[in-house]
Design a protein around this ligand. Sequence first.
Ligand SMILES: O=c1[nH]cnc2c1ncn2[C@H]1C[C@H](O)[C@@H](CO)O1
Ligand SMILES: [Zn+2]
Length: 345
Amino acid sequence: MGSGVDKSVLRRLPKIDLHLHLDGSVRPQTLLELAEAEGLTLPAADVDRLLPFMRVEGDCPSLVDYLSKFDLVLPAMQTAYSLERIAYEVVEQAAEHNCKYIEVRMGARLHLQKGLSLDEVIESFVTGLRRGEATYGVKARGIIICMRNHAPQDNLEVIEAAARFMERGVVAVDLAGPEDGFPPELHLEVFDLAKKHGLPFTIHAGEAAGADSIYGAVVKLGTNRIGHGVRLKEDRDLLERVRAERIPLEFCPISNIQTKASTNWETYPIREYFDQGLLITVNTDNLTVSDTNMTKELAVLADHFQFTLPEMEQIMLNSVEAAFLEKEEKRQLHEEIVKSFAELL
Ligand SMILES: O=c1[nH]cnc2c1ncn2[C@H]1C[C@H](O)[C@@H](CO)O1
Ligand SMILES: [Zn+2]
């Protein structure tokens, strides 16, 4: 199978990654150095032996199992230095795949273990993104995550902190973490507060739970975008609403198979949704945990779903439409994507 796309061109295509977790994208070498400097114990002392602990290897039974991979890196992400550095290096990794724009997300409350305040955590994160943008020319913005297994009261504080950074690199908020047993409605008040602040949001839904979770995110919370949304076809009326309202779906193909949002490529609905006119975007989720990058994600589109280069361009233009950017910034990004594709095709 294949779409006849010349693979060597994929790396050079201009790209946008809208769904990219900071803690899932830590370089193994960086983790080794941070652990050494901070006296933390790791299960291995070199990159090759550490990697299997940082990424999903082979079969991963579920999202919960996938999420257990984050336990290893979080102890090394508790200082201003580590957060700034890891954010910078995520931009660096995006530049290696010719990303023009990325939205990096992080769960601010996961980084309070050594005494940083929420504001210090977010400040370090956006400082790293800004330094990465200045060095590599990849426009980089931040999304602050509320965890669905945290108390709504705690998430209200996250929204307040995110709102204080709206002019300093934070463009939106999110809800992530274990989906089963934690429906979006638990955090209704949290996202009402985001609306009051004029902060747009995206909600992880339809990954480990079914269409009910997407219904909660879209109808009850009024989400601007859906993180994954793979299982949307379980509710045809909802799918039609998502299509009509042009609510973007942040697909992350390699991660979606690993977490069992779909059991295999044959049942993965990306081609079906794209052809039905849903606003599909393609993203990485977690560079290290999923062992991926934007070039690999596009290769999946070519190999398993026969996406052509013009269709990949459409996917990137969908991401421009979905981006949490101002109108004029989107216009410029759109122009840049069209121009770069024209030069390569
Ligand atoms: O794909 C995901 N679904 C739900 N939650 C996720 C996913 N990838 C990462 N997370 C969680 C685990 C991280 O610690 C947290 C913040 O990035 O977000
Ligand atoms: Zn995610």
